[in-house]
Design a protein around this ligand. Sequence first.
Ligand code: GTP
Ligand code: MG
Ligand code: ZN
Length: 291
Amino acid sequence: MIGRILQGIGSFYTVESEGVSYVCKARGRFRKERITPLIGDMVEFTPADKDDNEGSIDVILPRKNELLRPPLANIDLLFVACASASPEPDLLLIDRLLVRARKAGIEAAVVINKTDLDPETAESIAQQYRLSGYAVYLVCASSGQGIEQLEAAAKGKIIAFAGQSAVGKSSMMNALCPGLNLETGDLSRIERGRHTTRKASLIRREDGYLADTPGFSLLELDTFDPETLKDCYPEFLPYEDGCRFLGCQHLGEPICGVKEAAKEGKISPERLERYGILHEELKEKWGKRYD
Ligand SMILES: Nc1nc2c(ncn2[C@@H]2O[C@H](COP(=O)(O)OP(=O)(O)OP(=O)(O)O)[C@@H](O)[C@H]2O)c(=O)[nH]1
Ligand SMILES: [Mg+2]
Ligand SMILES: [Zn+2]
């Protein structure tokens, strides 16, 4: 049979096929081959039989894409989420997630939740990412404001939320899916630094799937050639014609179309500055890759 992995606990997975859920164990050979089934994977499986033989996942079908943090496969749209306040927005983390999505070939959009708390900050973050060419959604999960637009973007797709703990990922999913009732964090728990959602899971809804994932606050980029980082910034491309040097990194080079565009406010100077931080970080890791 063919189905989709919705959840995993240890080496047991919930596989859904035509609306029915089956519990299956990943075959031992996956471990040997260092393949980890991911939430969202399409698989060939054998359901448990009457003689109590447990169900098994036999083959993982080719993935359209995969993310390892959060661990998900075959995502159509990743909502990179932050809050206008509480927790304080970490835009470097947003940029890292956007870079990762780009490297993984996953379409991403930026979602700013808790617009009730600090509407001005929400708008200024939105402006940065609009200038970067991303779709941006301003949401207040508690009042339901902006949920309709999210809903429209999610229609018919497998979507996932990623972002810091307590930005309201589960709350937004609950708003998107009335009756879902995912656990959301209470403030005292969040203040103690606890995550509310502990495991990623995929939830079927009438039109597509939603993935809830645990939040995180630290995320390193995988090691890759820093010279390719610029290609993960869609807003740079139109201005690269104005760079004097072929392969300009838009850092310290003289005559740089991208830096000029930032000066003129055509792209976000803040994001260009953070690009420099990520570039530096990658350069260090890349230099040590053979150590
Ligand atoms: N003021 C305000 N609070 C909100 C909003 N959305 C969610 N919250 C609150 O923020 C807290 C965290 O929400 P969650 O949905 O649990 O956050 P999460 O991103 O799923 O957190 P993790 O599962 O730990 O990653 C809860 O107390 C929510 O009630 C909002 O739009 N405005
Ligand atoms: Mg959650
Ligand atoms: Zn340049």
